[in-house]
Design a protein around this ligand. Structure first.
Ligand code: M6R
Length: 594
């Protein structure tokens, strides 16, 4: 969480930094701040609670060619201006992404020495420590402080004695240097400087250094100089242009393209397909891990692999897996799914699996993301940049990749031929599914004042119910829960009355009738029922009040198609309740803290 953007060169740093921060708001938007060296070498700090747009107004026209900025997702201390970054002490001013786990101990010992703290943040302790250790050599102080810190950190630093330099420090959280001509950039994501340069250095853990307008130097924490690896950025400026409605709506409508790109990329890569076969044949146990929507994609992946490959797989939340001494060893395949590739729990869980001898296949949307460093095989969802906090097109492509992998691993050539044909049709079917947008918007308006919503489904519709529910609560703040359709009557049906909406997902032929039973049970207790189905007949039989009709397709494709109306429903309920669906409260796109 949190985004860092820094600039040193000849341009107005206030503009470059603030525009960069706006592109990083997906990492958090509780507050935003900037530190600028003005032409006379004085440091000017500006902080604002709330969105980067508030900061932009406040720094408009400010002079200075070197500065660092930060957009915050609060971890320690409420989201006000005092806790907003940058945090300064003595000669140092810093912005930080990550968590300093031992900050309380460090703070206590510094307070005993008489040091004064202004904020409740873990970050401020680093500024105080740097000032304490600084004896004229910034790198020396950085190295010493880095060795004291526990946890994860990406930190950009200004020091009063070097007013054209941005110093940096990295362990566990992403930090990237953009290399320009007569100007350089430091940021949490290449996106921040996508308009200026496509030459990037992906800093590694335990690295530090500094950039001025003409040079970039990288060292380890013992001040040994490292060779600079400049690579070409894969971020694209056109992916981040603000759409007329919202990023979320735009991204849902990009699902057909994302599906086509993902399938083509996978099936055309002979190396990756062969590697998948090799890895799979070496292992006799499969565990899939992820968080949030990526976890829900794993739940689908498990059922798809069971159906197509007849292998059983375990699915675990990455945040649980990593703390339970998981039964992983040589012979275990761990499939880690993460859109961003930066989710702290998934990263650490993947590292743990690797250290226990597992083979690790990573499914991610971001090439070069941290999670790719621990993988034996990286499979890319080609969804393109996903800006809205809610995962939409990335989920569809994650599920698709599970299906694609199953095709390559299956020995049943007849079944594979059939599935592949359906995958070819998927973009067309998804385009058809998107036609429900207007109907869904109408239903969303009608139901947006309900007290709560249950999503129910069986088989492959069950994980879909969980995902539909996550999406709704995340961006509309309406309470909701996803259930296996048969489970409601074992307790939770007590919550059902006329104030509740039940969304029944019926896409799986074999169990459709059974889900209908569950819908009858809630309908006769006063609940409104909305059915999402590919079967006309089922909708009528359910005695339900409303139906969203999906294009017909094979059961295996339905988790990809049926998620579309669920995502659109969440989006329209959010809008109807006056919420910004792209930036729901308390959240950030990328959860890089534990
Ligand atoms: O980047 P990741 O896929 O690892 O992110 C995992 C979750 O934080 C993410 O899917 C989250 O649940 C979404 N905001 C849900 O829409």
């Amino acid at each position: 969480m949190c985004g860092i953007a820094g600039y040193t060169g000849k341009r107005k740093a206030s503009e470059v930094v603030v525009d960069g921060l706006a592109l990083l708001e997906y990492r958090g938007y509780d507050s935003a701040g900037i530190a600028l060296f003005n032409g006379q070498g004085n440091l000017q700090i500006t902080k604002k609670a709330g969105f980067v747009s508030h900061l932009k107004k406040a720094v408009y026209g400010k002079e200075g060619c070197c500065g660092i900025g930060h957009t915050r997702w609060a971890t320690h201390g409420i989201a006000n201006e005092t806790n907003c970054h940058p945090h300064c002490h003595g000669k140092f001013c810093i912005v930080h992404n990550g968590i300093i786990e031992n900050f309380a101990t460090l703070k206590k010992s510094l307070q005993k020495k008489g040091k004064k703290f202004l904020s409740q943040t873990d970050t401020e302790v680093v500024a105080v420590l740097l000032d304490e250790f600084y004896k004229g050599d910034v790198l020396d102080a950085l190295g010493k402080v880095a060795k004291l810190l526990k946890g994860s950190f990406a930190i950009a630093i200004l020091c009063h004695d070097f007013c054209d330099r941005i110093y940096f420090l990295k362990k566990g959280s992403p930090l990237i240097v953009g290399v320009g001509q007569g100007e350089n950039f430091v940021a949490s994501d290449q996106l921040a400087f996508v308009h200026y340069t496509d030459n990037v250095v992906f800093l590694k853990d335990n690295e530090m250094g500094y950039a001025d307008s003409n040079n970039v130097f990288v060292f380890d924490f013992c001040k040994n100089k490292k060779v600079l690896h400049v690579e070409k950025s894969n971020a694209k400026a056109d992916n981040v242009a603000k759409p007329p409605k919202s990023f979320m709506h735009k991204e849902i409508f990009e699902i057909p393209k994302a599906l086509r790109m993902t399938a083509n990329d996978f099936f055309n890569d002979e190396y990756k397909k062969q590697k998948a076969i090799d890895i799979f044949s070496k292992n006799d146990k499969v565990i899939m891990i992820g968080c949030g929507t990526a976890y829900n994609a794993c739940l689908v992946g498990k059922l798809v692999w069971e159906k197509v490959l007849h292998v059983s797989a375990e699915v675990d939340l990455a945040s649980e897996f990593r703390y339970k001494n998981p039964l992983v060893s040589k012979g275990t395949l761990v499939v880690a799914v993460s859109q961003s590739g930066e989710t702290a729990d998934t990263l650490r869980a993947t590292k743990l699996a690797k250290s226990k001898g597992a083979d690790v296949v990573v499914i991610t949307n971001v090439a070069h993301s941290s999670i790719t460093k621990n993988a034996d095989l990286v499979l890319h969802t080609k969804a393109g940049q996903e800006v809205a906090v809610a995962a939409t097109k990335s989920y569809a492509t994650q599920v698709l990749l599970f299906l694609c992998i199953a095709c390559v691993l299956s020995k049943d050539s007849k079944a594979v031929k059939e599935i592949k044909k359906q995958i070819d049709d998927l973009p067309y079917l998804a385009t058809k599914a998107l036609l429900c947008d207007t109907v869904v918007a109408k239903k969303a308006k009608e139901f947006c004042k309900k007290q709560g919503t249950f999503f129910v489904g069986r088989g492959l519709d069950f994980p879909l119910a969980i995902e539909g529910s996550l999406k709704l609560k995340e961006i509309s703040y309406m309470h909701s829960q996803g259930f296996a359709a048969g489970e409601l009557k074992h307790g939770s049906i007590a919550l059902v009355d006329k104030n509740v909406l039940v969304v029944g997902i019926i896409t799986q032929k074999k169990v459709a009738e059974k889900t209908i039973n569950a819908l009858h049970e809630v309908s006769c207790r006063g609940a409104k029922v909305l059915v999402v189905t590919q079967f006309d007949k089922m909708a009528n039989e359910a005695g339900c009040h409303d139906v969203i009709k999906l294009p017909g397709a094979t059961d295996l494709l339905m988790p990809i198609l049926a998620v579309i109306p669920l995502q659109l429903f969440a989006y329209h309920v959010s809008v109807a309740r006056g919420i910004n669906p792209d930036k729901p409260r308390n959240l950030a796109k990328s959860v890089t803290v534990e």
